[in-house]
Design a protein around this ligand. Sequence first.
Ligand SMILES: Nc1nc2c(ncn2[C@@H]2O[C@H](COP(=O)(O)OP(=O)(O)OP(=O)(O)O)[C@@H](O)[C@H]2O)c(=O)[nH]1
Ligand SMILES: [Mg+2]
Length: 483
Amino acid sequence: MGKAVVTALRDLIPRNIVHQMSSTRETTTIAALATAPVPAGIAVLRISGPEVKRVLRGVFRAKENPVESPRKLILGDLLQRDGKETLDRGMAVYMPGPKSFTGEDVAEFHIHGSPLLAQKLLRVLFAFGVVPAEPGEFTKRAFLNGKLDLIQAEAITDFISATSERALKIANEQLHGRLSSTLEGLGEPLRDSLAEIEAHIDFPEEDIQPESVDKILAALETVHARISPLIRSYEYGAVIKEGFRVLLCGAPNAGKSSLLNALLGKKRAIVSTVSGTTRDVIEEPAIIDGLRYVFCDSAGIRDTEDEVEKIGVELARERIPWADLVLLVVDAGSTDSSWSELLHELHGSAAQIWMVTNKIDLHPEAIGTIFCDSSICPQNFYVSALTGNGMDSLRTALVEEVQRHNRNNSEASEILTNERHRGCLDHAAQSIVRAREAIEQGLPLEIIALEIRGALTALEEMVGKTFTEDILGRIFSKFCIGK
Ligand SMILES: Nc1nc2c(ncn2[C@@H]2O[C@H](COP(=O)(O)OP(=O)(O)OP(=O)(O)O)[C@@H](O)[C@H]2O)c(=O)[nH]1
Ligand SMILES: [Mg+2]
């Protein structure tokens, strides 16, 4: 292959990678409230940057200044701007860089949990030239200083916002680098293969041995086989993180709102004898057996002349594709024809449908007589939202359904919970497939190398070994201030 072609191929390598991991020196010192801005027992303010020592000496008065006793929580007075009057009595701790969260000099102030007081202390800090931290800036600095990788940085948000045991566990594992080390392991055979190929590109006089080609093919196969289950695990990971989405759908007055309230264990939606009570879509999260669900009540679906109800019916229909599962709520006293039409409609657009026959306290004869064919609804339930009868089996089935997703993904030892990670792995998998095809078609080594490098870049982007300002911006802007 001519040199010009090789150069042209090299030009195809993504150019948007502007950074490699390196230590950066920030010149500003940032401050933010690290706890929620609500009245509480205490509030914690955090500052990070080169001016921390000067600030501590200026705003904190105690027998020993924290600067002289690093990593020790010291009781003292937080001073006003003038350095004389006291703002609050609290504690301060100094954590010198690089052995701190951000890698820079860091200090924390533990003060009384008044949002106003916190604001006043922040203003004092700003008077020292400290600037307000941007969302996620502490974690971003920690990342830029190599204290954690991008997956770990993202895991912090997941860890803080986890609402179920499982989500907490996965975030904790990611925070401690389990997923990162898996990725490291995935990259190794790719790097070896690339080195082998590049050696041959550099010394083209020697032909690449068939054994080497077989080894590279096997390596690509292995990596692909490990990435695929990880990608598939995202389906379950999203359920774990965001919740399993259940839509309650049915004719007016079937008892959807009553069922919602029964599932939540609280009166969230208005229940009334009036047909067409619910107009809006009511979304509410709930935890059942440590798993997260999002239940959604909607307007009863029927043809109506009422303008507002019409909108409600439209909203209910729009929600069908959103749901992982639609519960078709049917009044046990109703006739077959009243719900079969809706079932037909759902069959085309719902991911999965279960039929829930409600009000069995009024119509026990419906048990076993009203049901939907198992080819359309894999499950039929008979409940009374009023008495609670039958609700346990529905709840158990909901838990089993989420666990079934888990079992389907048990081939992956880890679960992906982040859309960005899924995207990166998808990218890597596609590059590997193309590299394999290139080998099989006997294409030039440069093309094979290009694809393997593409796969490696995708893996490196996932952990943040290479990144663009744009990626960092998108990730950290989702953080709250103070993180
Ligand atoms: N006896 C009995 N009554 C019920 C049961 N579930 C709901 N109801 C009653 O049925 C009526 C309608 O209940 P809702 O929960 O408002 O029904 P809905 O499907 O949300 O109705 P719309 O919002 O109008 O579509 C109310 O009077 C409820 O008290 C039940 O299991 N048994
Ligand atoms: Mg309702």
